[in-house]
Design a protein around this ligand. Structure first.
Ligand code: PEP
Ligand code: MN
Length: 293
């Protein structure tokens, strides 16, 4: 059975929710994503220096994050902007893992870098601009690491699921989907967080769903609110940008939380996660409203 959302689209078979497979759990070191835990991935947009990353890693770990994010290869809109530290950034990420025990998620932009990045990363992030880079997706099929697949900013949910299917067909079943906001006519936020994407994806697919409130909001004052919304609608975790001095960040400073703001966001999440627990019981009904092929 391939769940069909509201008559609109069918989920691709390898990633579709079935009676036999209603949820998949992605294992990353000692973590299970898509199980009963809500897993928070946090850290700077880009790795800028050892000092910046190690400080951030300690702060986010102390506040309850389990995975450290940080881009070493950055897809920047401007060719004049900071492009990331490359392999030096990967080495700093690996040092932060040794010192804090946090797993590492970092972006891969090109199939040429897959083997190198897989040596350092625990999770390979595919950015919004790369969601339809099929040669990259195919190369990730054999990388031996779970993939965090971000939704293209102009992609439908069917497009996102199609890209997940490409990775799965290439041999890698360990995929997490990430809603990070889409382009819409609204300009008050950097992107429009499609909060309905979470229950829809969870209804048609067995894959875990992560929400990135930072790139959706584009401004730090909205990040905690969107994170709480993600918790209530059933997300399996968050991807959040945190920087020791957001005003000095080399990328995405406007949407990055400082350490105090991140700690506060984490502290405030708990009651919303309790609401999610109740909502989980409603999911079979949601699935029943979706037709079947
Ligand atoms: C990022 O996570 O820093 C990033 C570039 O995200 P996105 O691909 O969603 O823009
Ligand atoms: Mn960013």
């Amino acid at each position: 059975m391939n769940p069909k959302w509201n008559g609109q689209f069918s989920c691709f078979d390898l990633v579709a929710k079935t009676h036999e497979r209603s949820r998949s759990v992605v294992r990353v070191r000692d973590l299970e994503i898509g199980g009963s835990d809500f897993v928070v991935m946090a850290g700077p947009c880009a790795v800028e220096s050892e000092d910046q990353l190690l400080h951030t890693a300690e702060a986010v770990a102390e506040a309850g994050a389990r995975i450290l994010r940080g881009g070493a290869y950055k897809p920047r809109s401007s060719p004049y902007a900071f492009q990331g530290l490359g392999v030096e950034g990967l080495k700093i990420l690996s040092k932060a893992r040794e010192e804090t025990g946090l797993a590492i998620v970092t972006e891969v932009m090109s199939e040429a870098d897959v083997d190198l990045i897989a040596e350092y990363a625990d999770i390979m992030q595919v950015g919004t601009r790369s969601m339809e880079n099929y040669s990259l997706l195919e190369a990730l099929g054999g990388c031996g690491r779970p993939v965090l697949l971000k939704r293209g900013m102009c992609a439908t949910l069917e497009d996102l699921l199609r890209s997940a299917q490409v990775i799965a067909m290439a041999g890698n079943p360990d995929i997490m989907l990430c809603e990070r906001g889409i382009r819409a006519f609204e300009t008050a936020t950097r992107n429009t967080l499609d909060i309905a994407a979470v229950p829809v994806l969870k209804s048609v697919s067995h894959l875990p769903v992560i929400v990135d409130p930072s790139h959706a909001a584009g401004v730090r004052c909205l990040v905690a609110t969107l994170a709480r919304a993600a918790a209530v609608v059933g997300a399996d975790g968050l991807l959040v940008e945190v920087h020791p001095h957001p005003e000095r960040a080399l990328s995405d400073g406007n949407q990055s939380l400082d350490f105090d703001e991140f700690r506060e966001m984490m502290g405030d999440l708990q009651p919303y996660l309790e609401l999610q627990r109740e909502d989980r019981q409603l999911r079979p009904q949601l699935l029943a409203t979706a037709g079947a092929d």
